[in-house]
Ligand binder design. Structure first.
Ligand SMILES: [Zn+2]
Length: 112
């Protein structure tokens, strides 16, 4: 992963920006950016396993829940399953995609 400036750098930029429009970003754009960030994260190294994500109190996507209970190793539990589920495709192409299962990040990116 590339070296990013520390939080104070981003806080300084945020303090200097005046937002004139409170309209949320398009859901399709948020989904596309999320997908790109996840690809970068996966390219940098293994993702956090679904067991660790759940242990931290975060919800899992229905597909991640299946992987969590499956008898597979940590490598398989550290893959980005939302990358291959149809929620990603729908979220990247529709402003209000017909996806409703809890825990999927693409459902959470919808503007409701
Ligand atoms: Zn998902």
């Amino acid at each position: 992963m590339p070296n990013l400036p520390d939080d104070s750098f981003f806080e300084q930029i945020a303090d200097e920006v005046e937002l004139h429009d409170s309209t949320p970003a398009p859901a399709r754009l948020k989904a596309t950016v999320y997908s790109a960030l996840m690809l970068l994260e996966a390219a940098a190294g293994p993702l956090m396993s679904v067991n660790e994500v759940a242990a931290r109190g975060n919800k899992l996507c229905v597909f991640e829940q299946l992987v969590q209970i499956a008898p597979v190793g940590e490598t398989a539990k550290s893959l980005n399953y939302c990358r291959v589920c149809h929620a990603r495709v729908l979220a990247e192409h529709f402003e209000n995609p017909p996806i409703y299962w809890p825990g999927c990040p693409y459902v959470q990116l919808k503007n409701s």
